[in-house]
Ligand binder design. Structure first.
Ligand code: NAD
Length: 476
């Protein structure tokens, strides 16, 4: 097995190892093999991190645009140089294929490059006033950020959580997922090696609830940035509310995909099936509910299932593998439960539906057809390789189904009718909409949801704005 680094926290620029600390065993989800021991923070560690974040902010808030851009450009160049190493680490600890891990590296490279440009465009404005009077509006960094990143994009999530605050002039304490720490540490190291001062960004790990309780109770922290489930997001927002900290919440989704009868069916299937099973379905913007018009329904289900059954599943580092294991043992367990419930309620299991092999967290690409709306999986984000395909009579019924759930992160539609594009854009309750494409995000495009999928954005100018506060100054 290739390189996997020794794990540590990084507090005030110093590697903080195991010593007396409790540890967490990081495992390869394809094999169950232990990869390393991760030290977990105690409250003294968190206090040190908070002190460093306060120092880091006091200094970095005065950094120039050129200085921030140099760090971000430098880190992007280093990530590109270390692409293979970073991808290998991510594949070992998270399970995804090497090809997908490389895409994650490139997401970070593009985002850091974008922010390196964007920092030069943090303008304020001057208001029209009579002679002798001056009123101006300036944007300042919000302050030290506590950022919590999950395990599904072990490189990309930390990249987003670090990139925006650093570009804005904030400091940040990152708690990435304990299950995928080395990827996060690899991204952070690129920033340090590009010249970021140690106090400006730090990485801690620990018991998630303890760390978030402690950091969010501290007046040092001025903003919470969280990516994860809606349930935990609601809990963390309540903690942030005690001190009126600002929040960016990237929460769950239940992606509707509306497929109309006017499409080139085979071409659409060739796009949507690989998109569904990317990262074994563990993607907040994953297509989940395929809402298919009656006329093409049977052919859609058959074509989808045939392609799903042909997907090559295996360890992410094997040549030709198209889908790796799920990221941790909780996921295949959840899949068994959700698929079992759906079938018991009358859903038709067209393909998959079970674990593969007797080691690792593999679960077969699965297609459920005619799943009744009261099945748990029709309400709850499956976060796994399960496609739900159901039949609908017309556009109105399809839009109603898309908007039925309290989530609103990503929605997709496939249709050749261009007037329908505009109706869908107007009617779908979603933060992001992709029509006739699987592209749902980009470095320059705001990424975020509505309703229970959260609020605020990452990426794009909005991602940077989210780390700023506005000050109005009147001078007589
Ligand atoms: P979980 O909901 O307990 O954890 C999800 C993430 O939140 C993890 O990274 C975890 O470390 C973190 N977390 C949990 N409790 C926390 C707390 N009190 N304070 C700070 N961080 C906390 O469970 P899980 O099994 O890891 O994931 C389950 C569900 O989470 C998935 O089914 C999916 O719906 C959702 N999830 C969403 C995303 C996303 O990108 N939006 C990513 C990962 C998981």
């Amino acid at each position: 097995m290739p390189y996997y680094p020794e794990l540590a926290m990084v507090i005030a620029g110093q590697r903080t190892g195991i010593d007396h600390r409790t540890t967490f065993t990081v495992r390869n989800p394809a094999t169950g093999e232990a990869l390393g021991q991760l030290p977990l923070a105690d409250t003294a560690d968190l206090d040190r991190a908070l002190e460093a974040a306060a120092r880091g902010f006091a200094m970095w808030r005065h950094s120039s645009a050129a200085q921030r851009a140099e760090v971000l450009q430098g880190a992007a160049a280093l990530m590109l140089e270390r692409k293979e190493e970073l991808a290998w680490v991510a594949t070992q600890e998270q399970g995804k294929t090497l090809a997908e891990a490389r895409v994650e590296v490139m997401m970070n490279v593009e985002l850091f490059r974008f922010y390196a440009g964007e920092v030069h465009r943090l303008y304020g404005r001057q208001l029209v006033r009579p002679a002798g009077m001056r009123s101006s509006v300036v944007h300042e960094p919000v302050g030290p950020v506590a950022a919590f990143a999950p395990w599904n994009f072990p490189l990309g999530n930390p990249g987003r959580k670090l990139g925006a605050p650093i570009a804005a002039g904030c400091s940040v304490i990152l708690k990435a997922a304990e299950e995928t720490p080395a990827s996060a540490l690899g991204v952070l190291q690129c920033l340090y090696d590009a010249g970021l001062p140690g106090d400006v960004a730090q990485a801690v790990f620990g018991d998630p609830a303890q760390v978030s309780d402690y950091l969010l109770a501290s007046p040092v922290i001025r903003k919470l940035s969280f990516t994860g489930s809606t349930a935990i997001g609601k809990h963390l927002m309540k903690l942030a509310a005690n001190d009126l900290k600002r929040t960016t919440m990237e929460l769950g989704g239940h992606g509707p995909v509306l497929v109309f009868g006017d499409v080139d069916l085979e071409a659409v299937l060739d796009k949507v099936v690989p998109h569904k099973f990317r990262n074994a379905g563990q993607v907040c913007v994953a297509p989940t509910r395929f809402i298919v018009e009656d006329a093409i329904y049977d052919r859609f289900v058959a074509g989808f299932a045939q392609r799903a059954a042909a997907i090559r599943v295996g360890p992410g580092w094997h040549d030709g593998v198209q889908m790796g294991p799920m990221a941790n043992p909780r996921r295949p367990e959840a899949m068994e439960k959700l698929v079992g419930d759906a079938v018991a309620r009358g859903a038709r299991l067209v393909t998959g539906g079970a674990r593969i092999g007797n080691q690792g967290c593999f679960f077969a690409p699965t297609v459920l057809a005619d799943t009744p709306p009261d099945a748990e999986i029709m309400q709850e984000e499956p976060f796994g390789p399960v496609a739900l395909i159901n039949r609908y009579a017309d556009e109105a019924a399809m839009i109603a189904e898309a908007n039925r759930l309290p989530y609103g992160l990503a929605a997709y539609a496939w249709t050749q009718d261009y007037r329908r594009h505009r109706r869908l854009a107007a009617e779908l309750e979603t933060g992001m909409l992709a029509i006739n494409t699987t592209t749902i995000g980009a470095a320059d495009a705001p990424f975020g949801g509505v309703k229970w999928s959260g609020h605020g954005h990452e990426d794009g100018p909005e991602g940077l704005q989210a780390c700023l506060v506005t000050k109005t100054i009147h001078e007589g």
